[in-house]
Design a protein around this ligand. Sequence first.
Ligand code: MRU
Length: 367
Amino acid sequence: MKINGVPYRSVWVDQTDQRTVCIFDQTRLPFALEILRLSSSEQVAHAIVTMQVRGAPLIGAVAAYGLALALSADASDEAMEREASMLAATRPTAINLRWAIDRMLQKLRPVRPEDRVATAYSEAGLICDEDVAQNEAIGRHGLELIRAIKNRKQERERINILTHCNAGWIATVDWGTALAPIYMAHDEGLDVHVWVDETRPRNQGAALTAWELGSHGVSHTVIVDNAGGHLMQHGQVDIVIVGTDRVTANGDVANKIGTYLKALAARDNGLPFWVALPSTTIDWRVQNGLTEIPIEERSPLEVTTVTGRTAAGHLETVRITPDHSTAANPAFDVTPARLVTGLITERGCCDASGPGLQSLFPATTRL
Ligand code: MRU
């Protein structure tokens, strides 16, 4: 995607030393666009844990480069396995992280230690390129859904899409998942407007999705997380499109906390609820999302405080709850497949079900 006319991906290797991994520090957005230069696996792990880098496909891609950085320091079998486990443990819910590390290990284990660094950078680069291609394909398939809504509407009526969290280009290597069809619809001149859930407590919607859409010129309105149901009841939402951190083999969907409530409201109002994902987000080993997907529990401080920019222009964190109140912070929830209208993947759209997923990804063709 372009920022001020310059094309960027959300992760890249510095061209001068061919080694340092560059990302945008997402904790600084939307107020500052700062590039973080990562030169060790520890720095990569820290960036993932603190959510300087986040979004399921992106943490997988960045962790793959983290392993390449680790091997630059020590390419032995022992170090490789240890650093891979360390990186894979940084966040528990998004399966893309474990997928990327597993893929790297499969590629690297048979390689001689002296050749591992080059192989690791090359494989991480492939993971990135494939992610971009998959998300672009998701965009094309999701665009068909938006065009179909347009065809059912009056000439001058706009298409209202609700999204939760941030599943845009900054959450992937490029394009995004849920936002890819929206960018494409906007680019071909469809009048789309996006309701952006703020997505407490980390505010990925208010900070990141709003920033992305605004930078691309897409009309959008930030709403509090509880507004979506009301808007649906009043005919102001045509479709919900969200991303996901893990989809089970039978189509259950783990995504940012609050997604389940949007799916319930969409069902009650007879509205389509679609989930966009690259196949790297499918966990074929897991059937029951409610019992088998680990849900990350983050710091209560994210709930008891809010962070924003002061009039003087610096970031400030203030407490919003009584000092004596405790807080709980489950970061994801699971939307059962029965509430999901369908899945938008790089191979097309399908039912959120075992047979639906298998129709697009028969076992023999899975990546
Ligand atoms: O905690 P985060 O910000 O990493 O959570 C991100 C999400 O829940 C996204 O919706 C999901 O990763 C899909 S990103 C294309």
